[in-house]
Write a protein that binds this ligand. Structure first.
Ligand SMILES: [Zn+2]
Length: 316
């Protein structure tokens, strides 16, 4: 674990522009958004790929993030949407990579589109935002280059281009019935991202334990406990569900129910708080337990999607 004194800024003094620049200068591209995300996604829609997916869905860009002035590249933002949108069917929204370093959500979206979207297309209108924060994916970051967490900027006046792009797209569409946002909680949250946030904001360090297992974060204004419980039960067959800590807390919060915490998502500017969807949850996969492989993390995300979709389909 790194020192709790973060190597940027002066303890007790919030960051200004120089500290944000210094933080950015420490960030490096560590993997390729194009190779890992764009190429396999576009391959699913290539002429030589099975026609069934292309018959029911289209792939398009809903914006471009231009970070060239920061010494990085441009990042087209990809979405996959049902063709032949049918107002009689429910609308399911899935977002991944709002925190770009949380890989399994992004990779699960690609897997879902390539392998299972056609199974759900007859019964629902689908919109998959594959990787909302591709710079974060490439540099393995929670923040964008402005040292801003996109998952706190889903607000009436968005303060990140990542959230602004999503909000602009969603404004053209009806209210979804379901929104699942795919995330991870990792050991690096305690070793890197919390210390960075505490330093940036000159606030106390969050010392809550990193949950040892999968959990869900529900919106406190629409808990829908049966929906959350259905997902937890399904995912428990794929990966362990996080127990409460010795104080009975998960991520420093009281449990709303087994494996579920709740927060005021809309007020916090969290992605899955943005729409008025009835069934809303954020998945939190834990990739750092012994024996938990990247593939198992992807399977946990996919299981959360399928069980959530199935619950919502049975409810309509
Ligand atoms: Zn996250």
């Amino acid at each position: 674990m790194r020192s709790k004194t973060y190597p940027v800024g002066t303890p007790g003094v919030p960051w200004g522009a120089p500290e944000r620049c210094l933080w950015l200068s420490r960030q490096r591209v560590q993997r390729s958004y194009h190779d890992d995300v764009v190429a396999p996604l576009l391959a699913s829609f290539a002429p030589e790929s099975p026609a069934e997916l292309q018959r029911v869905a289209e792939c398009f860009t809903y914006g471009v993030l231009d970070y060239q002035s920061f010494g990085f590249g441009t990042y087209p933002l990809y979405a996959v949407k049902s063709k032949n949108w049918d107002p009689a069917k429910p609308f399911f929204l899935v977002t991944g990579g709002v925190h770009g370093y949380e890989s399994s959500g992004v990779l699960a979206n690609i897997r879902f589109i390539g392998e299972q979207l056609t199974r759900y297309a007859p019964r629902a209108n689908l919109l998959i935002l594959v990787c909302v924060s591709p710079w974060g994916y490439e540099t393995v970051n929670r923040w964008n280059p402005h040292a801003v967490d996109p998952n706190r900027t889903f607000l009436p006046r968005p303060t990140s281009p990542e959230s602004q792009s999503v909000i602009t797209l969603l404004a053209t569409l009806p209210t979804p019935l379901l929104h699942i946002d795919l995330h991870e909680t990792t050991d690096t949250d305690a070793s890197e991202y919390r210390p960075a946030k505490a330093a940036r904001d000159a606030q106390p360090l969050d010392l809550s334990e990193i949950p040892d297992g999968f959990y869900l974060a529900a919106d406190q204004s629409r808990l829908e406990p049966a929906f959350q419980a259905h997902i937890i039960e399904a995912v428990s067959r794929v990966t362990p569900i996080a127990p409460a800590d010795a104080q009975g807390l998960l991520l420093g919060k009281p449990l709303a129910q087994h494996g579920v915490i709740q927060s005021p998502k809309r007020e916090m500017g969290i992605c899955s708080g943005w729409t008025d969807a009835r069934y809303v949850t954020t998945t939190e996969v834990y990739p750092d337990s012994p024996g938990i492989t990247p593939e198992r993390c992807i399977q946990a995300q996919l299981t959360a999607l399928y069980s959530g979709f199935d619950f919502a389909l049975n409810a309509v």
